[in-house]
Design a protein around this ligand. Structure first.
Ligand code: NAG
Ligand code: NAG
Ligand code: NAG
Ligand code: NAG
Ligand code: NAG
Ligand code: NAG
Length: 367
């Protein structure tokens, strides 16, 4: 009797604890496979339009990685470039198009920031997508991961389903709760990884596992759900390949000299939950094309909308827990807080128009 009631009591306690434990801000997501939920992603997460960059118009986000993650972002993207110091040393930085244009500092520093967040938030699975602009090898990128210590959280597909050898997408992804209980809570994609490193098997070639729609849109009527990268896929073969769908949803605007910058003023429409050209509408449309919601959605200025509303709806999440509020306003020099920590910006205001145009062409190719 006594033992049975203890067992019942502990079973009750266990159920209560389990029910209260949120994975990626909701208990309802714990038992879902990683590829069967929608993750909110920040396009060019490291390139800020804030006081630290003097509101650089090439910036894609108003808030840094820590704020993004605390507000519910679970996929961060950035471009990795080789940066040669004046003494001729090679470093790997996060730069927008070109390090002369917008240099958000070393990759390792940014990884350390994200590692600190993962240290403090033990029930969250986060994904990184690194655009490999200067074709760094897996071992070069992996060295930065080790130096930051974030590699301790890195998820590696089980060898049976590993695509490293076969070039096929992983078919079955673990549930969030199993990734959390193994403490392998960081998934990393690299676009592209032509020289994988056996020492860093957690660096996964993006287009082996993921397909994307076109990212280069300038009008709210431009969005499509059709596969754009990798080439050679259509909606049927994309699904059959087991790749996960990353839905780009942001607008560029073309300035003088063909320079493309994010269309910031229109973000209230772009990131809204409904209406023509909204994130919510694109999620619904692409969900009907593929028979399931996109695994990742990628937006500029994530706080506006707020974009997370459409993601919660796709996940059937009604009341998310553990998020820190962030203003849904467009931030500009007049309304911004006076200072914010972070990025070192080199060459700002000094870059010639030629350098700017070159940078933007690169930025678009690698967006
Ligand atoms: C994935 O989600 C869909 C609906 O969103 C559901 O029907 C399906 O059973 C889920 N698959 C797994 C493996 O959980
Ligand atoms: C940095 O130096 C390497 C050779 O040491 C060179 O291949 C590369 O183009 C340089 N990168 C930049 C951005 O100057
Ligand atoms: C492991 O791989 C083999 C060969 O591709 C496949 O037949 C088998 O179903 C896989 N097992 C699991 C558990 O995925
Ligand atoms: C958890 O770790 C065990 C032992 O290393 C491994 O067999 C299993 O596949 C891992 N599960 C996940 C979801 O990574
Ligand atoms: C942003 O997009 C909207 C809708 O297409 C357009 O009306 C507006 O002119 C664009 N803004 C800029 C600066 O291009
Ligand atoms: C991120 O932004 C917040 C709010 O502006 C600031 O307090 C924090 O120091 C920043 N973190 C980093 C690593 O720059």
């Amino acid at each position: 009797m006594f033992i049975r009631s203890i067992l019942q009591a502990s079973a009750l306690l266990y159920t209560t604890v389990t029910a209260q434990t949120a994975c990626n801000n909701s208990p309802s997501l714990c038992s879902k496979p990683y590829n069967n939920i929608t993750h909110l992603g920040t396009h060019n997460a490291a390139f800020l339009r804030d006081a630290s960059t003097s509101f650089n118009t090439a910036g894609n986000q108003f808030y840094n990685a820590t704020v993004q993650l605390s507000a519910g972002v679970r996929l961060l993207t950035a471009q990795v470039h080789q940066f040669n110091t004046s003494s001729g040393q090679s470093e790997w930085h996060l730069c927008h198009g070109d390090c002369k244009f917008l240099d958000a500092g070393p990759l390792e520093t940014w990884l350390s920031e994200i590692k600190s967040w993962l240290d403090a938030n033990t029930n969250d699975v986060v994904t990184l997508l690194l655009v490999n602009s200067d074709r760094a090898s897996g071992s070069t990128i992996g060295t930065q991961f080790s130096a930051s210590g974030i590699d301790k959280y890195a998820y590696t597909p089980s060898s049976n389903s590993s695509s490293q050898q076969t070039g096929a997408a992983q078919q079955t992804w673990p549930t969030l709760e199993s990734m959390i209980s193994n403490n392998t809570r960081l998934v990393t994609f690299v676009a592209s990884l032509s020289t994988p490193s056996p020492q860093h098997p957690y660096l996964l070639d993006e287009f082996t596992h993921v397909f994307e729609n076109d990212f280069e849109n300038e009008s709210p009527t431009d969005y499509t759900c059709t596969p754009h990268r990798p080439s050679g896929l259509n909606t049927e073969t994309a699904l059959e390949s087991n790749r996960m769908f990353l839905m780009n949803h942001f607008l560029y605007s073309t300035q003088t000299f063909g320079i493309q910058t994010p269309n910031v003023t229109y973000t209230t429409v772009t990131n809204a939950a409904s209406g023509e050209g909204s994130l919510g509408e694109s999620v619904l449309e692409c969900s009907s094309v593929y028979g399931k919601a996109p695994t990742f959605v990628l937006v500029d200025f994530f706080n506006v909308g707020p974009a997370v509303q459409s993601v919660d709806r796709a996940n059937g999440v009604q009341s998310a827990v553990g998020r820190k509020e962030v203003s849904a306003d467009i931030v500009d020099e007049r309304t911004a807080p006076k200072s914010s920590g972070g990025a070192v910006v080199r060459g700002r205001g000094k870059a010639s128009v030629v350098a700017l145009v070159g940078a933007v062409v690169v930025a678009v190719v690698w967006a």
